[in-house]
Write a protein that binds this ligand. Structure first.
Ligand code: IPM
Ligand code: MG
Length: 370
């Protein structure tokens, strides 16, 4: 079986963390007898510098014909003054929209060996954190029209539009329900229905959809309360379903609870069944530490695991990658972002962390395929 993977290293630490994920992919190839044809393409600031466009047409065309896209990160201080539509982030928003990647899955777990990294006290964590944020990714305030700036009576104004159609809500609700079904079957839909018309429709449509998933327990929560409940008692949550901006904010909060942005993977999909998705770490391009072998490649490696499971039909390979990551952490290896204050730490750089995980794949493979 051959899979075509487009690799978009992007900016800052993107290229170095992605290189480690590729190392792990090559180890998977050896142990699982599958073949990956990789094609690299430009996105973000790197693409703007080379081609004057943060999402060149060749990149988009390559992604359209791929089985999956593995992305690093976008964001480059060199374009701070570039027009809004030329900034690296514009490339990311466009690729999401163009590929129809409306379903963003952001799992957040606290690794048992890293519990002391959480911003929460252990008694707040209870049995730990194991939740999934299902964020709508191609609608809401990010894309609603009209959006822009003008002047009225000499006064400058700026506006965005929060807009969702019932179809957009229904399809992401189905992804949320389906994801919950594979976990603890508890879905909490997060909105601001006490204030926003969009949220009232959101709640109505989510309610209409629940009939298709009678085995999933559904609740609703206002977003402000949810932000509070996440730090008070995170273990009450299994799957959080929410719109684009709320999901952006809440998923950073879950990252702080998990302990480091350097650990969280994500998948952006165009349907509930996986299919050709885009996989990227939740973290950004961290230009301040780029090129110094200091970045944590684990979020990228765990994004690769999601890709193997959801777009390549290789759940055993995905499990082997996760096992290899857990084992490496268990043995005390840490990049600097997750090293602080932990006893028995063996500090490593980005490349060594990648070597360690890749080196453990063969062993994890023989265990998962047993
Ligand atoms: C994210 C990021 C992006 C977003 C930015 C870089 C446009 O914060 O993926 O969470 O807001 O979606
Ligand atoms: Mg964000």
């Amino acid at each position: 079986m051959e899979k075509k993977i487009v690799v978009l290293p992007g900016d800052g630490i993107g290229p170095e963390v992605t290189a480690e994920a590729i190392k792990v992919l090559r180890a998977v190839e050896k142990s699982f007898g599958c073949v990956f044809a990789l094609q690299e393409a430009l996105i973000g600031g790197a693409a703007y510098e080379a081609a004057g466009d943060p999402l060149p047409p060749e990149t988009l065309a390559a992604c359209r014909s791929a089985d999956a896209v593995l992305m690093g990160a976008v964001g480059d201080p060199r374009q701070a003054a570039a027009p809004v539509d030329k900034r690296p982030e514009a490339g990311l928003l466009r690729i999401r929209k163009e590929l129809g990647l409306y379903a963003n899955l952001r799992p957040a777990t606290v690794f048992p060996d890293l519990i002391s990294l959480s911003c929460l006290r252990p008694e707040r964590l209870g049995n730990g954190l194991d939740l999934l944020v299902v964020r709508e990714l191609t609608g809401g305030l990010y894309f609603g029209e009209p959006a822009g700036e003008d002047r009225r009576d000499g006064v400058r104004r700026a506006f965005n539009t929060m807009l969702y159609t019932e179809e957009e809500i229904r399809r992401i609700a189905r992804v949320g329900f389906a994801a919950a079904r594979k976990r603890k079957a508890r879905l909490c839909s997060v909105d601001k229905a006490n204030v926003l018309a969009v949220s009232r429709l959101w709640r109505e449509v989510v309610e209409e959809t629940r009939g298709e998933f009678p085995d999933v327990e559904l609740s609703h929560m206002y977003v402000d309360n949810c932000a509070m409940q996440l730090v008070l008692r995170p273990e009450q949550f299994d799957v959080l379903l929410t719109e684009n901006l709320f999901g952006d904010i809440l998923s950073d909060e879950t990252a702080a609870i998990a302990g480091s942005l350097g650990l969280l993977p994500s998948a952006s999909l165009s349907g509930p069944q996986g299919g050709a998705g885009l996989y990227e770490p939740v973290h950004g391009s961290a230009p301040d530490i780029a090129g110094q072998d200091r970045a944590n490649p684990l979020a990228s490696i765990l994004s690769l695991a999601m890709m193997l499971d959801m777009s390549c039909g290789l759940p055993e390979a995905a499990a082997a990658v996760e096992t290899a990551v857990r084992r490496t952490l268990r043995e005390g290896y840490r990049t600097e972002d997750i090293a602080a204050g932990l006893p028995g730490t063996r500090l490593v750089g980005c490349r060594e962390m990648g070597d360690l995980v890749a080196g453990r794949i063969a062993r994890a493979a023989s265990e998962t395929s047993r």
